[in-house]
Write a protein that binds this ligand. Sequence first.
Ligand code: PEP
Ligand code: MN
Length: 339
Amino acid sequence: MIIVMKQGASKQELADVKKRIEALGYMPHVIHGETRNVVGAVGDERGKSVLQALESMSGVENVVPILKPYKLASREVKPEPSVIEIAPGVSVGGDSLIVMAGPCAVESEAQILETAHAVKAAGATVLRGGAFKPRTSPYSFQGMEEEGLKLLAAAREVTGLPIVTEVVNPRDVELVAKYADVMQVGARNVQNFALLKMLGQLDKPILLKRGMATTIQEYLMSAEYILSEGNRRVILCERGIRTFETATRNTLDISAIPVLRQQTHLPIMIDPSHATGHAALVPSMCYASVAAGCDGLIVEVHPTPETAASDGPQSLRPAEFAEMMTKLREFAAVVGKTI
Ligand code: PEP
Ligand code: MN
């Protein structure tokens, strides 16, 4: 249920409403709006009609049911888009288009530093790089683990770029959180509910990839797992879904951008690298995604894609990335965004 507070309702009235919600066995989540506050009361769907009585409390305008199965992720609870801060001066969801870039995996100090300097010079504001890699084959490179996290932190130190890196296993949440500015949940873990719940208890932004066979509703339910634990900083990322098509690694669901926009206030990013699997296709998918209204992009860049330990064929060279960024600024300007 959504408890809509009156414009100008006092702090005490809000506190009383929260207390009453808790007394009824529900969790209150306050969303501070520009003109008024609303309180999402989430919990067991079956007995929720008891919350209707809150309508008679002082400071309450009305009580309405949340129709969608996801509650805190929905626009019903929070109509205005969320702007999520990643680091001082770096936010996603506002007027600036965020670009995260870097290698699929951290491979060496020289590789991550060279890439970090190059993507920063081209205008990226967040460095990506996997230290724990979820590979289809157990015989493929699994990542440098903590050593890789240390190299990412060193790259942040010299470039000032915040870092996004994946956590694959609930066991490693604490370790990855020690280094990462943004915790990435990969496509394969989108329904790892134990992991999502743990990440919901962190005070760090989460980049939640869409699964390759996840419907938009299922995807938003996964976001809800994180939100319902208290972490409001969830960033969505469409990265291609499985279809019958084999010309591309996956099929980029560009329509997910406007669909998600209708359903949720959470920022929406696109990963054109895993979506297409081919570096040559990445720039056009970046432009199309910006035109469709995404809030940001995460792009794989490698100094020597031919020697990459993972995902070389879909990685842009630094010069290609820089060229793409130049053109991207024009597309961003058309939709009223800056890079
Ligand atoms: C990645 O970003 O390197 C990655 C493994 O992505 P995904 O989970 O989308 O496959
Ligand atoms: Mn990759």
